[in-house]
Design a protein around this ligand. Structure first.
Ligand code: NAD
Length: 697
């Protein structure tokens, strides 16, 4: 039984007891209904308290029972709540720690709620692409008012119990109990034991907002902040329904929205992301209980673009950082950028001045390598040049204490070669941060051939501490994310060759959901970066074909926003891309030189060629074991490349479309004389899964 029943004098106490978060799994739900039945039958019981146990009241549905028959078995949460509402003795929910999702909905079925300060109250269902399914959208507006409830339901973000308890007119909590919650709840239950009639959220109504446009405005706003997502919009519909329908009709309305959403692709994609993030932390051949190396002091080498951002992550987490440079000027510049970033946060009110000062006090700049000898972990972020990396790692090997983790932020170099510059390759790992490193959540953890299991376990744990989403990648050129994006960029170039304009390509893929099209992205990141990589490829892999368009662009010095011109034109000091007549003429001349008659290319073809180019390379990456699992690739694209969340990542999206259809599309592209036929040869894994009717995930 995952709920216990106990009588304390004249009050029955039902304790939810299903660690770790008292999820409302089948046994717990049955336990609550059973407890209510016993209490009703016992003449000595005058009131009932439902409490949590351990650190929380309840985190909601038991995710371990997702997609199992237990999730929908009777008693459902609806039936549990109905049992509370029908109980003829007062039921008091005693909330502490966390009341989220179904946990909060359960509490809303009680006649009274008392709460400990500091509890996190939320309806986070929207984050899984659904609306709350057990009355949350109908009952929360009735106790908190439409505005507060709508904000909580559409964002899914938790609000502290004491904040809600202080809101004027709120009827969520009857009392805030400082100190012993159960004792306070028992005392409260005795106070109300004889009060009749029993109050119920059922009897309350949710007043429609005075402003008739309120709900339409909320939807318009969400269309911007939660672009492409349906669930937040349906949350608004449900709350609006709460203002005009009876509770039972509102529950039916909510039920229908829930049922539709839960079966849809968006919710499947969001659940995939939810579980995918958890799966990414697991490395199959590294045991969960691997002892970790202590990391109390970090050193960062290089105070450039990446070094500064990397250092900030650790300062934010309260971990002291020593920053090493070769020149005072570079050190000063790097420090200046860190200060400026923090000061901007202070100016916006996002960071307290005292916190800023405290963080800066954890930072020690130095030009002396001896100062990093005692660091527990060193992260190298110097120039992307193997010779420079060699001298740095040889120096680290000679100076840094044994057992320290030696990490490189290289984005293109061979980590195994870097590790071999030391006599301790087992301590070397890649930590591929993304720019800006203090902002981007993604971190590729590059596992070298000799990287020790405890080094991997330690950096995965540390990543959590600095709030990064860490995904393990094997050693190869570009690792996972950039290796795939290179194929996508190649396709974008071929599309230009054949007649598409940069703005058409960007528009098509952005309409489909990508945060930014490839050409706007190139202008933002700097087209010279890809140019440098291609120049290397022309020498190393002369057989690989690229469109010449990007080279022609760079030859004109059009590197993007930083030079005021790229694929687009930019007004001085502006970031707004304007279609460029010059680029358009350049493309016309280029096509003529290739003898290509430009054709109209549909948006569907643009999206297909861009997205399937990611998927085909993703399949090769899986095949080679560079990625541990398909969902890891999806997490990289969702968190680091602006891939639309509601499509679940490239591999998941391919699964939803169906792999045979993906292969068919690729065969069609293969017949295009202006594309690269070898490019569209389906990866062996993709062809095999498609033939077997299987999926990546
Ligand atoms: P950067 O040129 O901005 O900074 C490099 C810094 O390293 C300079 O300040 C330089 O003075 C310093 N440096 C050079 N040799 C040194 C030495 N021996 N000891 C101490 N300091 C030294 O470069 P960056 O863009 O920050 O890139 C750094 C690393 O991060 C590269 O390996 C790069 O591939 C990788 N990376 C960059 C990005 C990005 O978007 N810029 C993204 C991911 C990874």
């Amino acid at each position: 039984m995952s709920a216990t029943y106990q009588v304390q004098g004249d009050v029955a106490v039902i304790s939810l007891s299903n660690p770790p978060v008292n999820g409302l799994g089948h046994a717990t739900r049955a336990g609550v209904v059973d407890g209510i039945r016993q209490a009703q039958a016992d003449g000595a019981v005058r009131a009932i308290v439902i409490a949590g146990s351990g650190k929380v009241f309840s985190g909601g549905a038991d995710i371990r029972e997702f997609n199992t028959p237990k999730a929908t078995a009777s008693p459902t949460l609806h039936e549990v709540i109905a049992a509370l509402e029908a109980c003829t003795k007062p039921v008091v929910a005693a909330v502490h720690g966390v009341a989220m999702g179904g946990g909060l909905e359960l509490a809303l079925g009680a006649h009274y709620r008392v709460v400990a300060p500091g509890a996190q109250i939320a309806l986070p269902e929207v984050k899984l692409g659904i609306v709350p399914g057990a009355g949350g959208t109908q009952r929360l507006p009735r106790v908190l008012g439409v505005e507060t409830a709508l904000r909580m339901i559409t964002t899914g973000e938790p609000v502290k119990s004491e904040v809600l308890a202080q809101a004027p007119g709120q009827q969520l909590f009857s009392r805030v109990i400082e100190g012993d919650l159960l004792a306070g709840a028992l005392a409260f239950a005795r106070e109300v034991a004889d009060a009749r009639p029993l109050p119920s959220v059922r009897q309350l109504s949710a007043a429609a907002p005075a402003d008739a446009a309120f709900f339409a405005q909320a939807k318009a706003q969400l269309a911007k902040t939660a672009r492409g997502l349906t669930a937040p919009q349906r949350c608004v519909d449900c709350v609006e329904a709460a203002t005009r329908l009876s509770l039972d009709d509102g529950l039916a309305y909510e039920r229908e929205a829930f049922t539709q959403l839960v079966a849809g692709v968006e919710s499947k994609a969001l659940r995939h992301a939810f579980f995918g993030e958890r799966a990414a932390a697991k490395i199959p051949d590294v045991a969960d209980d691997t002892p970790l190396r202590p990391v109390e002091r970090v050193a960062v080498i290089g105070a450039g673009t990446m070094g500064g951002g990397i250092a900030m992550n650790f300062l934010n987490a309260g971990i002291p950082v020593t920053m090493l440079e070769t020149q005072q000027a570079a050190l000063d510049r790097g420090l200046g950028v860190i200060r400026k970033n923090y000061e901007a946060q202070v100016a916006k009110g996002k960071l307290a001045q005292a916190k800023y000062e405290q963080r800066m006090s954890l930072l020690t700049p130095t030009l002396n390598v001896a100062d990093i000898a005692q660091a527990d972990m060193v992260i190298e972020a110097v120039f992307e040049d193997l010779g420079v990396k060699e001298s740095v790692f040889k120096q680290l090997d000679a100076t840094v204490k044994p057992g320290a983790i030696l990490a490189s932020n290289t984005s293109t170099l061979d980590l195994n070669q870097i590790a071999a510059f030391t006599r301790r390759p087992q301590d070397v790992v890649g930590l591929h941060f993304f720019s800006p490193a203090n902002v981007m959540r993604l971190l590729e953890v590059v596992r070298g051939a000799k990287t020790a299991p405890d080094v991997l376990a330690t950096v995965m744990q540390l990543a959590k501490k600095i709030k990064k989403l860490a995904v393990v990648a094997g050693v190869c050129d570009g690792f996972i994310g950039n290796r795939m994006i290179e194929q996508y960029s190649r396709q974008a170039g071929f599309l230009l060759d054949e007649g598409a304009s940069p703005e058409q390509v960007d528009r098509a893929i952005e309409k489909w959901g990508m945060a930014m099209g490839p050409f706007r992205m190139g202008d933002l990141a700097g087209n010279d970066i890809g140019w440098a990589i291609r120049k290397r490829r022309y020498v190393e892999k002369p057989a690989v074909r690229y469109s010449k368009t990007a080279d022609l662009l760079c030859e004109q010095g059009r590197f993007g926003q930083k030079t005021g011109a790229g694929w687009y034109d930019y007004e001085p000091g502006q970031r707004e891309p304007k279609p460029s007549a010059l680029v358009s003429e350049m493309l016309v001349a280029h096509r003529k030189s290739l003898g290509i008659t430009p054709r109209a290319i549909s948006d569907d073809e643009i999206v297909g060629r861009l997205v399937w180019s990611l998927v085909n390379e993703g399949a090769r990456i899986l095949e080679e074991g560079i990625a541990q699992r398909a969902s890891d690739i999806d997490m990289i694209y969702l968190s680091g490349y602006g891939f639309p969340l509601f499509r679940g990542g490239p591999m998941f999206y391919a699964d939803t479309v169906g792999l045979p259809a993906v292969v068919d599309a690729m065969k069609t592209y293969q017949r295009n004389p202006h594309d690269d036929a070898s490019f569209w040869e389906p990866a062996a894994l993709l062809a095999q899964l498609a033939a077997q009717g299987k999926t990546f995930n």
